[in-house]
Design a protein around this ligand. Structure first.
Ligand SMILES: [Zn+2]
Ligand SMILES: [Zn+2]
Length: 383
């Protein structure tokens, strides 16, 4: 029954996805996108409540005490599209390169499928979330608007171009990583390069941090926990014969563990100070906590697996990996038992990655995603 319902929707979902792909909008500017979602839902008699800000919205279907939620993110990225698609972006410098156009279409598809099926053993709240790609993002806004209130469990899906189309990937525990940002400013009096013993050397101190930090982290953290620290920018100095008075170094720290995320900032600050102390340079550290890891709740994973196994062959329900990228669904997963499902969207013979200007996805994933989303929601309400 679910497959028939989904099949009848697929042409309109693909049309919606292509329309959104042609007209991508950046985080917190998804006004047209939101209107298109409202129209698409309206065609099924489903009223979207648009957020006061005009971007994103929510919808509830079903009746009863129990309440689960399904989240679809709707924003695009500041990239100039270079794909081969006939329906490529018509907005200069903006592109759906993370598949959120597909996520949106799938969210509409899951709502329409479940509404058409009827007889739900509870309520489902659909969150069409703006601004996943910016920080602080739309998940934070929706949380402040109390849209997670009374939600018992929440799920979301993300396309994965490395996973075969027709398959989904599941994993209990962290499935994405945290992402914190830091800037270290190395300060000294500045001086002549002929007398480095008289002027604490800011560039030498920055070099020590770059080369020593990674090794020291691996001696303070259980090596079975994924950690990635990397530097994105370094600035300092003008002349060959002047030790600069300031050098700045910025980067990100990522960990795939909720527990470690709590303490990693303090460890980072402590280690940097200890590395730098022998140089006589002063290190001013600005460490900014960002998103936490998305932590998949094992029971929600099992419920999704049960639901998915009813609509997919068993070899298509796979285990997946932990990404070192971040995802703001973590704002929800930190508060309510949650699961982020990876949705295979691989195009055979065409290698792409998320956030690439050449990103493309296999549109069969829209049918699979809608089917799995609907079956997973039913399993959540059943369990
Ligand atoms: Zn993204
Ligand atoms: Zn994304």
């Amino acid at each position: 029954m679910l497959p028939d319902l989904v099949d009848s929707l697929v042409p309109s979902l693909i049309e919606l996805r292509r329309d959104l792909h042609r007209n991508p909008e950046l985080g917190f500017s998804e006004f047209r996108t939101t209107k298109r979602i409202a129209e698409a839902l309206e065609a099924h008699g489903l009223p979207l409540t648009i957020r006061d800000a005009g971007t994103g919205g929510w919808l509830e279907i079903g009746e009863g005490e129990r309440l689960v939620a399904y989240r679809a993110d709707i924003d695009a990225l500041p990239l100039e599209e270079e794909s081969r698609l006939s329906f490529r972006s018509e907005v200069p410098g903006v592109m759906h390169a993370c598949g959120h156009d597909a996520h949106t279409a799938i969210g509409v598809g899951v709502a329409a499928t479940l509404a058409a099926r009827g007889d739900l053993p509870g309520r489902v709240r659909f969150l069409f979330q703006p601004a996943e790609e910016v920080w602080p993002g739309g998940a934070e806004s929706m949380l402040e608007e109390r849209l997670l209130e009374n939600v018992e469990r929440i799920i979301a899906m993300h396309v994965d171009p490395a996973l075969e189309t027709g398959s989904i990937g599941l994993k209990p525990g962290p499935i994405t990583s945290s992402s914190d940002r830091f800037t270290i400013t190395f300060r000294g009096p500045g001086g002549h390069t002929s007398r480095p013993h008289e002027s604490p050397d800011t560039i030498f101190a920055a070099g020590k941090v770059i080369t020593e930090l990674q090794g020291l982290l691996s001696r303070h953290i259980d090596t079975r926990t994924p950690v990635a620290v990397a530097f994105g920018a370094i600035h300092g100095g003008e002349a060959a014969n002047v030790i600069p008075a300031a050098v700045t170094l910025t980067g990100t720290m990522r960990v795939a563990s909720l527990e470690l995320w709590e303490t990693i900032g303090d460890l980072f600050i402590d280690l940097v100070h200890r590395i730098v102390s022998a140089t006589g340079v002063q290190a001013d550290i600005n460490y900014e906590k960002g998103l936490g890891p998305v932590n998949n709740d094992p029971e929600v994973v099992w419920a999704v697996e049960r639901g998915a196994s009813e609509v997919l062959e068993s070899h298509c329900v796979r285990s997946t990996y932990t990404s070192m990228g971040a995802e703001d669904f973590s704002v929800f997963s930190a508060r309510v038992p949650a699961t982020l499902i990876r949705l295979g969207c691989k195009i055979e013979g065409h290698k792409t990655t998320l956030h690439s200007t050449r990103f493309e996805l296999n549109e069969d994933a829209i049918r699979i995603g809608t089917l799995v989303g609907a079956a997973a929601v039913l399993a959540l309400l059943d369990g």
